[in-house]
Design a protein around this ligand. Structure first.
Ligand code: 5RP
Length: 231
């Protein structure tokens, strides 16, 4: 990971203000006239507000969740079906954790499946986070896994055999109608290997590890300003 730039000092900012600053910084990474891919979460909600200010500069958005779709429409932004879109030059999304290899844990907000589909298609993944999300090793944040309900018991046992504890996210169903297991206690020192392995488990819909397709750039807001991290 290399730090390529740092601009504007943000001394004395709280976490919400740091999120706002990084949401604004993402605007510089968009491609004019193109479709923008839009993630989900509280940082992305602020990014959507910024997008609303410049909505005439791009063609429309592809959205990763029902909530982001609603927020985009409130800003007067066209939400296009993924199937109707030729290319997505830039996808902007937050993360629950990001490591120095720009691999991420995502899905704290439950939108991991659609996020992963759009991220896979996008030419460039711009991750927007505040400094609290940057970690040396992934796994402090419980790993979200969207599953098919009837596989729940077996999957909880299988995670137990890895030394982890998978817990149902109580009362929660994704936009796809599936439950989520939040997996506590994983030390993820091989994110690509673990993602590849978990993808094979019957009943797993989507693993919230974004390692095989990580971010291309991370914009990180901290009190020193916006850091731009690339590989
Ligand atoms: C939603 C996500 C979010 O990007 C992640 O949870 C970060 O959210 P926030 O910006 O609210 O901290 O993966 O599924």
């Amino acid at each position: 990971m290399s730090e390529v730039s740092c601009k504007d000092r943000f001394d004395f900012m709280n976490q919400d203000e740091l999120k706002q600053a990084v949401a604004r910084a993402a605007i510089d990474h968009l491609v004019d006239g193109a479709v923008v891919g839009v993630g989900s979460g509280s940082t992305v909600a602020l990014f959507i507000r910024e997008l609303g200010q410049i909505r005439n500069r791009f063609k429309g958005a592809v959205s990763s969740s029902e909530l982001s779709t609603r927020l985009l429409r409130e800003e007067g932004i066209d939400v296009l079906p993924l199937e109707a879109v030729g290319s997505i030059p830039v996808y902007v999304d937050g993360a629950d954790e990001i490591d120095p290899g720009l691999r991420m844990i995502k899905g704290g907000g439950g939108a991991l499946t659609r996020e992963k589909i759009i991220a896979a298609i996008a030419e460039r993944f711009v991750c927007i986070v505040d400094q609290s999300k940057v970690v040396p090793v992934l796994g402090g944040f419980p790993l979200p896994v969207e599953i098919i309900p009837m596989a729940g018991r077996q999957l909880i046992s299988a995670f137990g055999r890895l030394g982890a504890e998978a817990r149902w996210r109580k009362g929660y169903f994704t936009d796809n109608g599936n439950p989520i297991l939040d997996v506590h206690g994983l030390m993820i020192d091989d994110p690509v290997g673990l993602e590849t392995e978990l993808n094979q488990w019957p009943g797993v819909v989507t693993v919230g590890l974004f390692a095989r397709r990580g971010a291309d750039v991370a914009l990180v807001s901290d009190p020193k300003g916006i850091l731009t991290l690339t590989l």
